[in-house]
Design a binder for this molecule. Structure first.
Ligand SMILES: Cc1cc2nc3c(=O)[nH]c(=O)nc-3n(C[C@H](O)[C@H](O)[C@H](O)COP(=O)(O)OP(=O)(O)OC[C@H]3O[C@@H](n4cnc5c(N)ncnc54)[C@H](O)[C@@H]3O)c2cc1C
Length: 480
């Protein structure tokens, strides 16, 4: 146990939080003991996996912080039904390796159905708690792939939660941001691993929605559209690389390709996305067109190149480029926002997004559009309909102007998506006003009430939770 430590999220590095201590539980018994101790001392608990959420959901000032990364063992595997029971601290590379180890004969090999697109070092517990999604064309978020969870509750009980047992908690914990208990383990439903062929087009957004339906009609199961990020380019947020993946199980002779972008190429493109967006898009499209027709495995294709220390790389690049004064220039990282709109309103949203990004002078370093099906599992769904998901990674200097710009831009984008009948993802920041949260998550008030019902002492807490709990209390008082 380490005392008084500062923790932070990996990607934005904007959530430095001092916690009372960090514990690394090794077993279910450890989790129960930590909860029982917290009940006696009254010190709350925050819990993290990969620390990639960016709104302070995984940290609570002054709390006992649980780092779940040591809990990553396989507990059970059912190769007949394709079910993997694994501890919640496991990240995707470990989960994928465990699913491959389930292969018993030549007939079926198992793989995950979906994972996040831009990052691998996220835990199963963190992914369930955000109800993450990948780039499936016809998939609900991850909660749909979860058969059951073993949860340690605020009373220190270990409970099995599924659609049949403790179903209310099951739906609260999925997308529950660690506030309803500690997820010790989960049973993940896998799908047979398939060979997929990549199909790449450079298209205009006007055609994107139709193209998704066309490709889905042809049998494609995954896909995304990565758009031009250069505000000066007439294709800004209009033109993009549309990459889809179509099953090609019959071509069993071809060895599937592995990772696409080597880390140094990835870093080079990232640097160009800062300095020369036009060239970045040209090289990126060339790279993708060059992989058209390649064959991939359906699970490992979803792994991505992500270098956690890339913020340090950008810092180094800034210093190298900027001469003597550069070292004193302000630190910067990327902050992500994800906005949802009904698919038929995508063009209208992108039109407004173009205006908003230009108005605030926000700089997009990476942007993509994906698809999601309505979430029928979680109590507080972000996918309230069959949506198009629009993701912006914004360059964010850590000074007042830079932080304000990013916050204002995301708030304006939330208003735009909500006015079109859509929503936004809670996991990426806490810039959204309480009014925006309530408009996009109409059950948020009930969700807060259920939090108090299941955890009256607020043993499980976070700075993100307290921020919205208090803001909603102020709103309720004002309304009264
Ligand atoms: C670069 C990048 C790319 C991303 N791409 C995608 C994407 O493609 N799709 C997508 O859906 N999301 C994406 N995300 C968001 C990501 O899926 C979520 O933030 C996810 O929660 C991160 O998992 P983690 O293990 O890092 O969780 P953490 O950040 O550690 O925690 C997130 C939440 O989960 C809770 N939690 C963690 N472990 C447990 C546990 N065992 N029990 C109970 N609660 C727990 C925490 O308390 C916290 O509330 C991306 C994020 C980044 C930074």
């Amino acid at each position: 146990m380490a005392a008084m430590e500062v923790v932070n999220d990996v990607h934005s590095q904007l959530n430095a939080t001092t916690v009372a201590c960090i514990e690394r539980p090794q077993s279910l018994a450890d989790l129960i003991a930590i909860v029982m101790r917290a009940r006696q001392t009254g010190v709350s608990i925050s819990v993290s996996g990969g620390r990639h959420a960016m709104g302070g959901q995984q940290f609570s000032s002054g709390a006992t912080h649980l780092d779940m990364s040591a809990l990553d063992r396989v507990l059970d595997a059912d190769p007949v039904r394709g079910l993997l029971h694994i501890e919640a601290g496991a990240d995707w590379p470990k989960i994928i390796a465990a699913s491959h180890a389930m292969q018993t004969g030549a007939d079926t090999s198992w793989g995950i159905r979906q994972k996040q697109t831009g990052v691998d070092a996220v835990s199963l517990g963190g992914s369930i708690s955000a109800n993450a999604h990948g780039r499936g064309l016809l998939m609900q978020p991850l909660g749909d792939d979860i058969e059951n969870l073993t949860l340690v509750t605020a009373e220190g009980n270990s409970l099995l939660c599924s659609r049949e047992q403790n179903a209310d908690l099951f739906s609260l914990v999925i997308g529950g941001y660690g506030l309803f208990g500690l997820i010790y383990s989960a049973t993940l439903r896998l799908s047979p691993r398939r060979r997929l062929r990549r199909v790449v087009d450079i298209i205009d957004l006007d055609d994107a929605v139709n193209a998704v339906f066309r490709r889905a009609g042809e049998g494609c199961v995954f896909g995304d559209f990565q758009f031009v990020i250069d505000t000066q380019d007439e294709g800004f947020l209009k033109r993009g690389v549309f990459a889809c993946y179509k099953p090609c199980d019959d071509d069993a002779t071809e060895a599937p390709a592995t990772a696409d972008l080597a880390p140094d190429t990835w870093l080079k493109l990232l640097k160009l996305a800062h300095d020369d967006k036009r060239t970045a898009f040209r090289l990126y499209s060339q790279h993708y067109l060059g992989t058209d027709g390649n064959c991939y495995w359906s699970d490992t294709m979803q792994l991505s190149t992500y270098i956690p220390s890339y913020a340090d790389f950008l810092d180094g690049m800034r210093i190298a480029d900027g001469g003597a004064g550069a070292a004193s220039r302000v630190k910067e990282t990327l902050v992500i926002g994800e906005h949802y709109v009904p698919r038929e309103r995508l063009l209208a949203f992108m039109e407004q997004a173009r205006a908003i990004l230009r108005r605030f002078g926000a700089e997009v370093i990476y942007g993509t559009i994906r698809a999601i099906l309505r979430d029928t599992v979680s109590f507080l769904p972000w996918a309230c309909g069959d949506y198009a998901c629009v993701i912006f990674n914004l360059r964010t200097p850590h000074d007042e102007a830079g932080l304000r710009r990013t916050a204002d831009t995301f708030r304006a984008l939330i208003d735009a998506s909500n006015a079109l009948g859509g929503s936004f993802f809670l996991t990426y920041h806490r810039y959204a006003t309480p009014a925006q949260v309530e408009a996009c998550y109409p059950r948020f008030r009930d969700w807060l009430a259920l939090k108090k019902y299941h955890d009256p002492g607020e043993l499980f807490s976070s700075d993100w939770y307290r921020h919205y709990r208090d803001a909603f209390a102020v709103r309720a008082r004002a309304a009264a």
